[in-house]
Design a protein around this ligand. Structure first.
Ligand code: SAM
Length: 283
């Protein structure tokens, strides 16, 4: 008895609830206590701090975070799973752990108010992993660091640097908030049901100082979407729509000190910020 969920406990709780994991909600549950402890250790979870978990599911990772003595705010969209979580935690880890758990049954994509978490630890639903991660970084500035498990290709995109094939809009948007890197790989055998993709752990630390205000962020993200939406095109063409015209794009790019014939895939977050600022000068 580890106090964490292994394969038989996961299947037993699912059977008790009559739950068939659904692909639509990315329901692949972790059945390996070693992986859970690895994630919690990599995230550096401390006793007494508040951790937010997106998609607690049957509670595999939740129990691991609680084991470290932290408080957990867990946001789960599936009401059958969310409603059962406190009973699972009480049964597996006792009343003290259950008292440190706060379950919110909600769509994490639209949650904007939670008691301030300092860390994010999650096995993210794969179909919405990037938007839900960016949503939490945007709406919960109290989150200083975290570890998320995502599909390998998605993790590589988030952590990629310019010049690599994986570099794209998720890499630049993530870099707006902080430093992201691949912290480890995870076998698909540690899930039930076994997914047909590999997974990685992505660790991040938020920047001390925000890069700019909400208006600048929106403009930068608009430029990033345009640049990578047509990544084989030269910037003066790719940004023509968002900057008004091809001539306007050339003027803005020159003002920002960026070659209008370059492609978006060589630009780093600071370049996009310079373009967004130049947009105001050239108007
Ligand atoms: N944390 C559990 C684990 O590691 O075993 C479950 C992880 S499973 C990959 C993803 C979880 O996210 C599922 O429980 C699913 O119901 C939940 N989920 C999916 N979409 C969600 C959303 N938009 N908001 C909140 N939870 C969501």
């Amino acid at each position: 008895m580890t106090g964490l969920l292994g394969p038989s406990e996961v299947r037993m709780i699912a059977a008790r609830l009559g739950v068939q994991p659904t692909k639509k909600l990315g329901q692949n549950f972790v059945i390996d206590p070693n992986t859970v402890r690895r994630i919690v250790r990599l995230a550096g979870v401390q006793a007494g701090e508040r951790v937010v978990e997106i998609g607690p599911g049957l509670g595999s990772l939740t129990l691991g975070i609680l084991e470290s003595g932290a408080e957990v705010v867990a946001v789960e969209i599936d009401d059958r799973l969310g409603a059962e979580l406190p009973a699972t935690v009480r049964e597996m880890a006792g009343d003290d752990a259950a008292a440190r758990l706060d379950v919110r049954i909600a769509d994490a994509m639209v949650v904007t108010e939670l008691p301030d978490p300092v860390r994010l630890v999650a096995n993210l639903p794969y179909n919405v992993s990037v938007p839900v991660l960016l949503h939490f970084l945007e709406h919960f500035p109290s989150i200083r660091s975290g570890v998320v498990m995502v599909q390998a290709e998605v993790g590589e995109r988030i952590a990629a640097g310019p010049g690599s094939k994986a570099y794209g809009s998720p890499s630049v948007k993530a870099a707006w908030y902080g430093d992201f890197s691949i912290a480890g790989r995870v076998s698909r055998q540690i899930f039930w049901p076994v997914p047909n993709v590999d997974s990685v752990l992505v660790g991040f630390t938020r920047r001390e100082e925000p890069r700019g205000d909400e208006e600048l962020r929106r403009r930068v993200f608009g430029l990033v979407d345009a640049a990578f939406g047509q990544r084989r095109k030269m910037l003066r063409q790719a940004l023509a729509g968002v900057l008004g015209s091809s001539d306007q794009a050339v003027a803005v790019l020159e003002n920002a000190g960026i070659e209008p014939t370059a492609r978006g895939e060589i630009l780093v977050i600071d370049d996009f910020i310079r373009i967004a600022r130049a947009q105001l000068n050239v108007r």
